[in-house]
Design a protein around this ligand. Structure first.
Ligand code: DAH
Length: 341
């Protein structure tokens, strides 16, 4: 006696074997799976027909049904395996195994961060500790407490970002000096690296956002000679023992006397080149002996305590060290550039 369900199953096996034999794609396999096992596929339909099977055929039909189920699964798995090269990763089929693999790129430190870390390491060896202050400062800490006259050009709204509520984006790291001195008794020996903000039009040497490292040393009987020796040690540690330094008289509101200090050109070794504009010297930063007005403002007795301060641009140091001609490279996040450090 014929069994229509077993006949359907046998036909379906042949059909599926043919459909899965050829050069198939992922979507073809999925379609076969849907046709066989899907909600409107063959198996659910056959299950419904089972109730019409005469009782004497139930057993063999049920067995054929189960065997067929396994057979279809085996056929589908084999087809999948052929397509994916045996991978169990369900996305493997979308991968062209003949393509070269993609390398994971490990992140790395930004050249500005490297420069900050190196500066801090040098000053730590000389006994300085790291201090920090907020980017959003008070006008008082950024200017008033630093002895900056009311009409000083750096206060101009065209140069500094004001919030209009007595606060601003700090234009220098010098306000960290005030925070540190107000929070502790002397002696003080700190460096404070951090971001600064100025309303500068970006060009090869200017950025609205840049970094400085501030130094402050307060103790008894500190002299300009101490400042010079610290700066010379820094120059040697950073750029090698041949580098010379020179101090030029300058003016900063918070130091008296004030100086600008230069390194002999690290590129031409002082002979003269385009980077040092043929002068043989590179302007590095500002420094000086902390003004007695500043000491008084923070409650230090200038008769007992004296000290020096300095501040330098991190980007400038990084640009000199790596011969970077345009500061904007440091802020464009071009990985071709950043990968070099
Ligand atoms: N704050 C100064 C600037 O941004 C740099 C500076 C000069 C810092 C002299 C100092 C200093 O601590 O003593 O131009």
């Amino acid at each position: 006696m014929s069994n229509p369900i077993i006949e359907k199953i046998d036909k379906a096996i042949i059909d599926v074997e043919q459909r899965l034999a050829a050069d198939i794609k992922e979507a073809d396999i999925e379609q076969v799976r849907i046709d066989i096992f899907g909600r409107n596929g063959m198996f659910p339909a056959l299950s419904k027909e089972m109730k019409d099977v005469p009782p004497e055929q139930r057993r063999e039909t049920g067995q054929a049904f189960n065997v067929a189920k396994q057979k279809f699964h085996a056929l589908l798995d084999a087809a999948q395996e052929r397509l994916c090269g045996g991978s169990t990763d369900e996305n493997a089929c979308d991968i062209d195994l003949t393509l070269p693999g993609c390398k994971w790129k490990a992140g790395r430190k930004h050249p500005v961060t490297i420069m900050i870390d190196d500066c801090v390491a040098v000053f730590r060896r000389m006994g300085f500790i790291v201090a920090a202050g907020p980017d959003m400062e008070t006008v008082y800490n950024n200017f008033d407490a630093l002895n900056t006259p009311r009409d000083h050009p750096s206060r101009d709204a065209a140069d500094t970002f004001y919030f209009g509520d007595g606060r601003l984006l700090r234009s220098q790291t010098s306000p960290v000096q005030i925070r540190v001195m107000k929070s502790q008794e002397p002696p003080v020996r700190i460096v404070a690296p951090g971001r600064c903000y100025r309303r500068d039009t970006p060009d090869a040497t200017h950025s609205m956002n840049f970094h400085q490292i501030e130094g402050l040393y307060i103790d008894k009987d500190v002299s300009m000679a101490d400042l010079k020796s610290i700066l010379l040690s820094f120059a040697h540690e950073m750029f090698g023992p041949k580098v010379k330094i020179r101090l030029r008289p300058h003016f900063f509101p918070f130091t008296e006397p004030s100086v600008e200090y230069d390194f002999s050109c690290i590129i031409c070794e002082g002979k003269g080149c385009s980077v040092c504009k043929n002068s043989g010297w590179l302007e590095i930063a500002g420094a000086g002996m902390v003004d007695s007005n500043v000491l008084e403002t923070v409650g230090y007795d200038p008769e007992i305590w004296s000290g020096f301060a300095f501040g330098m641009g991190i980007e400038r140091l990084a640009m000199l060290r790596h011969r970077i001609s345009d500061i904007r490279w440091l802020y464009e996040n071009d990985t071709r550039f950043l990968e070099q450090f």
